[in-house]
Design a protein around this ligand. Structure first.
Ligand code: FE2
Length: 236
């Protein structure tokens, strides 16, 4: 066999191996695509250790909040979505497509709570608080007169939310706003861009602060709030 023949032969064998591999991959891809379609959504990992927010929020609170509450919403979502048109949709689309539909309330509530909690974890960080990045600070000055004005509005929304819910910093058009939502409601369905949230359900603070929601909110705003996350969301 000439060198050229040998090269061709090797190339051909390589092609055949590659073709077989591609066929196998294609086949596996087909199988896994089908398998993925019925795979449940997974709980995203926390962005920090469970004890990383101490002493403001205890590891015990995070352990229950993430491991029981957040996971509970996710488990419910997976059960409710299984075998339906919603099973393969991205989480945000499940939230927006089920919003306001009375017969989809359970699906909406659990999907929105999964989304809200994942967003909340990212809204906090160890050694947070302090000065926001310049672009966010400029928008705070325009909307609230500065960082302190923004924190005051967030604290007011968080403490005045009657019962369970959330306080949010959002972008409406080009303008920062503070809004609050009850229960599982989320600004995702209101045509504004969420930048940051504070969970004011009792399970977020009761083990550490009992009925002192205002103390929890003030401590979060001073020591944990992740302005960098909010600033990143401005341009997202
Ligand atoms: Fe919560």
């Amino acid at each position: 066999m000439s060198e050229q023949d040998n090269t061709i032969s090797l190339s051909r064998r390589g092609f055949l191996r590659a073709s077989a591999g591609a066929a196998l991959l294609f086949s596996m891809g087909g199988v896994s695509a089908v398998a993925r379609a019925s795979e449940p959504k997974a709980l995203p990992p926390l962005p920090w250790a469970e004890n990383a927010l101490e002493p403001v929020i205890s590891a015990k609170t995070i352990g229950f909040h993430y491991g029981k509450h957040h996971k509970g919403y996710l488990d419910n979502l997976n059960k409710l979505a299984a075998g339906t048109e919603y099973a393969d949709l991205p989480l945000e689309q499940i939230v927006t497509r089920t919003a306001g539909q009375a017969d989809k309330a359970a699906l909406f509530n659990n999907a929105a709570q999964v989304w809200n909690h994942s967003f909340y974890w990212q809204s906090l960080r160890p050694n947070g608080g302090g000065e926001p990045p310049a672009a966010l600070k400029a928008k705070m000055e325009a909307a609230f007169g500065g960082l302190d004005g923004c924190k005051k509005e967030l604290a007011a929304a968080a403490t005045s939310q009657f019962g369970s819910g959330w306080a949010w910093l959002v972008l409406e058009g080009d303008q920062l706003k503070v809004v609050k939502t009850p229960n599982a409601e989320t600004p995702l369905t209101r045509g504004v861009k969420p930048l940051l949230t504070i969970d004011v359900w009792e399970h977020a603070y009761y083990l550490d602060y009992q009925n002192r929601r205002a103390d929890y909110v003030a401590a979060v705003l001073d020591k944990l709030v992740n302005w960098g996350f909010a600033a990143d969301n401005l341009g997202a």
